[in-house]
Write a new protein. Structure first.
Length: 367
């Protein structure tokens, strides 16, 4: 039996965008231990309305199906968000994470196509918000991954990525025309990858205790049909603590290192980790990010509250990072317990950075 629920239309400042950038999705949360046993199929349908100067008025729908392949199996999910704007821009993205019986095998994927505007601020922590280039690109690609559990909490994985970018609109002068920016021309990224994961969280959707540690490596190169050759190393470390009921504390430290010369749209971004910064605002070859989140749930009936703060830095070399590289952001969020059987929250977060306030409406926790 499938239960369908329509949530209220909400006003957003933009689209959360791992897929929008051609980056592979963050490590799939469907690998952890699961303490819940809801066997129903649950369908979430999330209508979205937002406005930005680049897109004009935009509307979209975010349907997501949460299910289990077999009784007692960890939850799997499939989603298909679609967005369209009054400036004839669009984005469609099929995402899935499937865990097979006995939780030994996990398949994840992300297949997308979009025509979408963005802003290039420059590269590095000192990039100026007063010197920007607006552009619209047509992007298409996919990420496919497989992970296998070998021990109770240990997983090994392989994956592959393909991303293709074409520019439809860009400035008629400045950095894009002169070719000073690597990635200002059409191009393709291709990469096989490997990953190692340790995950002993008590719950994959709303962790209350445990650790999550992941190391992934992507090998980008022309040997696989791509236009750029580099290697990307990503580390994601998380710790979850239950304080006193109903309070919980979560912490994350993340790092991304690139060896080689990627296009600017293949670089790590502070906004992908720290809520409160625009996605493309601070980018470079290397990234460090740290964040804490304090959750109280419930406070009243199905409603809860979250307080979070974080800082991140990007730079050409980790050895040259300075204190003023780090960009701070903090904020608060409202949680609504949407699926009690799965402990799944709908979250509305307000992140406040040094230059902007970003709004996020999503199912599930930020990390």
């Amino acid at each position: 039996m499938i239960r369908s629920t329509i949530l209220i239309i909400s006003l957003l400042s933009g689209i959360p965008g791992v897929a929008m950038s051609g980056e592979p999705p963050k490590p799939d949360s469907a690998l952890a231990a699961d303490t819940l046993h809801n066997e129903k199929n649950e369908l979430i349908v999330l209508p979205v309305v937002f406005y930005s100067p680049e897109t004009g008025l935009a509307v979209g729908v975010y349907p997501a199906l949460l299910f289990r392949v077999a009784p007692g199996c960890r939850p799997s999910s499939i989603s298909l968000p679609v967005y369209y704007t009054t400036k004839k821009q669009f984005a469609v993205n099929l995402e899935f994470g499937i865990t097979l019986p006995e939780n030994r095998h996990n398949f994840s994927g992300n297949i997308y196509f979009e025509k979408w505007p963005n802003v290039f601020y420059g590269i590095g922590s000192d990039a100026s918000a007063d010197n920007t280039d607006d552009y619209t690109s047509r992007n298409a690609g996919f990420f496919l991954g497989y992970k296998r559990r070998f021990f109770k909490s240990f997983y090994l994985g392989i994956d592959c990525l393909l991303f293709n970018r074409e520019y439809l609109e860009y400035p008629d002068s400045g950095r894009f025309i002169t070719g000073d920016i690597r990635g200002s021309e059409a191009g393709r990224l291709t990469a096989p990858g490997i990953s190692i994961v340790w995950d002993d969280r008590d719950n994959i959707i709303y962790p209350g205790k445990g650790y999550y540690a992941a190391l992934s490596v992507g090998f980008y190169g022309d040997n696989f049909g791509g236009d750029y050759a580099f290697e990307k190393y990503a580390i994601d470390l998380r710790k979850y603590l239950t304080l006193r009921s109903p309070e919980a504390l979560s912490a994350q430290a993340a790092a991304v290192f690139i060896d080689g010369d990627p296009p600017f749209w293949g670089m790590p971004r502070i906004g992908d980790y720290i809520r409160g910064h625009k996605p493309m605002r601070f980018i470079d070859r290397n990234l460090l990010a740290f964040q804490l989140e304090y959750r109280i749930h419930p406070i009243w009936k199905r409603f809860g509250l979250a307080l979070f703060a974080g800082t991140g830095a990007v730079g050409d070399k980790i050895s040259t990072f300075a204190p003023d590289y780090f960009k701070f952001a903090a904020g608060f969020g409202i949680r609504y317990l949407f699926l009690a059987g799965e402990n799944l929250n709908i979250r509305l977060d307000f992140g406040i950075g040094g230059e902007s306030t970003e709004i996020y409406l999503e199912a599930g926790e930020a990390f």
